[in-house]
Design a protein around this ligand. Sequence first.
Ligand code: TXA
Ligand code: MG
Length: 347
Amino acid sequence: MVTKIWDLRQYDEQIEENKDMNEIKTIFENNGLIAIPTETVYGLGADARNEHAVKRIYKAKGRPSDNPLIVHIYKKEQIYAFTTNLTKEIETLMDSFWPGPISFIIPLKQGYLCKSVSGGLDSIAVRMPSHFIGRQILKYVDMPIAAPSANMSGRPSPTTFEHVYHDLNGRIEGIVNGDQSEEGLESTVLDCTQFPFRIARPGSITKSMIEEVIPGSVTTDGTLNHQKPIAPGMKYKHYAPDTPVQILSSFNTYPSSKSNWGQTAFIVPRNKEFLVPEEAMFIALCEDENDIKRANHNLYQILHQLDQNEKINHAYIYGFDLKDDTTAIMNRMMKAANQAIVRGEDL
Ligand code: TXA
Ligand code: MG
């Protein structure tokens, strides 16, 4: 299959009806798959009402069919077609954080969306992205778009057009270029099928940000360390680059061992560069240990870069202290590292 590429970055205001938009809409109306930019990561979109189209998403990604997808919308009214009455609390959070990097799992009303999109569950995850181009597409096509991250299953999520192209060129109808995703980590997934709500996947909208809007609305009970994964996706190996990665905790001293560092990368904040052995490769994760937004933005781009660099056969990545705003990045790093942690003083 020839994968068509659109570059919509030239538009800075409303993207009016034009040839590209018409083409994109027609492809979605005809079972097609198109990767679109969002502020978190690129998504692989299809018409969420169309069983055939949604099944093709699972196939193109090599994704297990019991792992449900997130439905993307342009305006809130769209969700009333496929959900039962929402509580005041859910609506309040949607109004506070949308458009933006948070998905809500809400009760599913059968009959409007196709069956595969929810992987057979009676709930559905929904999100309204803020990315200018992604939003304009959702508005123009005027349909709910099911979109998991636009990577092959098991690979790091794509934050650039090139990442999508690498994984999915030839497997899908098209890719829309929209520059590097600003956030860089997948959205927070908030399970709202019970109260207090539970964070099924941490993201840049944190527990304390949610609780600032509704105090006491998020339980920590059974969240991230829970045996049974809350989001079905959490049980699958995820986000892992091919290059072995280990998390480096308390990196405060210069390594004492005489290891051969020639093929090792240190992915650490710039203010720790002076601790990186000269023969090793330094990759800047962010400016300093408080620069979490930048670290989120860069992480997947760096993981992709590791696999492209033949000189690197091992990497250490800086482990942040676990806090409200580092929960998401540490969750992704732990998966990329297969839970492997090394202490700085043991190097
Ligand atoms: O930022 C994002 O969320 C990106 C962009 C494209 O929007 N999308 C994304 O989708 O990360 P995906 O499919 O890679 O991750 C969706 C996660 C999975 O872990 C899935 O198991 C969980 O959300 N999920 C979806 N629907 C669910 C449901 N009804 N109940 C529990 N978990 C659900
Ligand atoms: Mg994904």
